[in-house]
Design a protein around this ligand. Structure first.
Ligand code: ADP
Ligand code: ASP
Ligand code: MG
Length: 297
């Protein structure tokens, strides 16, 4: 079994989602697919929250645009017989849940800060909730999962950390399942005490995928993104950057800590502990070899 994580650009358009489908369905072993929100949607959800909190009514029109974007992706990638149900799901999340949360922020200027923060966490979780609903409907027989059921956080000294129950919960969620494809959300989690929705921080979908891979002793973790691999520098700012074919966990960790955002830094720990190879691959150029991160020997 392996874990495949697709980032925002990989699930951002109908064209890229078609690549995702090909990559997933051509796997010969069981796969757990972890997805980010459609590219840019996390930022949009947070921007609308800021608008609503500032009593700026433009959030409503922007939310209509986000809805339109998801519905048109469904038209393009979800098989016809599952489109109506998938659209109804997205409409429910937007017209009921999100509309309700933004409305609360908009009309209650005096909400206490902690309550606003809980509402923002609930809002932002919908990026991954919606993208995973689309990806699960796109692939025949894919089994949908809800990651806050098994990725748990707790707050210690006002810092949010992973709750240890996570590993056992992942094992019971996926252990013994025989279906070839499973789909779940990256990034989002649940507080083990308060049961409020939480998240693992911006870029956290990589970490979700690493936790699942480690808990299940996966044969590999594949991080599918928009560059040909882990590179010597960010290719956006350094045109001379080249792909590093092979790295150790320690090298990857050091480069992530120095700011290489191709992988969210906490991702390396759990997979290094279990010696699980991590591949960094390009959804837009799947035949490129990519980077493998392994132990030195
Ligand atoms: P995703 O949405 O797939 O998680 P990210 O935007 O988080 O993708 O990460 C991929 C981006 O990381 C690339 O587009 C690239 O600009 C940037 N990046 C920064 N440093 C590096 C690096 N050393 N190697 C490759 N990409 C890097
Ligand atoms: N969607 C979240 C973000 O934009 C998590 C992720 O993409 O990894 O930060
Ligand atoms: Mg990322």
């Amino acid at each position: 079994m392996k874990v495949l994580k697709f980032g925002g650009t990989s699930v951002g358009t109908a064209e890229s989602l078609a690549n995702v489908k090909n990559i997933v369905t051509s796997c010969s072993e069981q796969v757990i697919v972890v997805v980010s929100a459609l590219g840019g949607v996390t930022n949009d959800l947070l921007q609308m929250a800021r608008m609503a909190e500032a009593q700026r009514p433009e959030w409503e029109q922007m939310l209509a645009g986000v809805k339109e974007r998801h519905l048109s992706v469904i038209d393009a990638v979800v098989p016809r017989e599952r489109q109506a149900q998938c659209k109804a799901t997205i409409e429910r999340f937007i017209d009921q849940a999100l509309y309700g949360y933004y409305g609360l922020l908009f009309s209650n200027k005096a909400l206490p800060d902690f309550h606003k923060e809980q509402i923002r966490d609930a809002i932002v979780s919908h990026g991954e909730i919606m993208s995973s609903a689309i990806v699960a409907s796109m692939i025949d027989g894919a089994v949908p999962h809800y990651s806050p059921n098994f990725i748990k956080t707790k707050d210690v000294d006002s810092e949010r950390i992973l709750d240890n129950s996570t590993f056992g919960l992942i094992a019971s969620e996926f252990g013994g399942r025989r279906e070839p494809v499973h789909v779940t959300q990256g990034f989002i989690s649940e507080d083990s005490t308060t049961k409020q929705i939480t998240n693992l921080g911006r870029g956290g979908s990589d970490f979700t995928a690493a936790l699942i891979a480690a808990a299940l002793d996966a044969s590999a973790l594949e991080i599918w993104t928009d560059v040909d691999g882990f590179m010597t520098a960010d290719p956006r700012t350094n045109p001379d950057a080249t792909v590093i074919p092979e790295m150790t966990y320690a090298q990857a960790q050091a480069m992530c800590e120095a700011g290489a955002k191709v992988i969210y830094t906490p991702t390396i720990g759990p997979v290094a502990l279990k010696h699980i190879p991590v591949w960094v691959k390009n959804t837009f150029n799947p035949s490129a070899k990519g980077t493998v991160i392994i132990d030195r020997n």
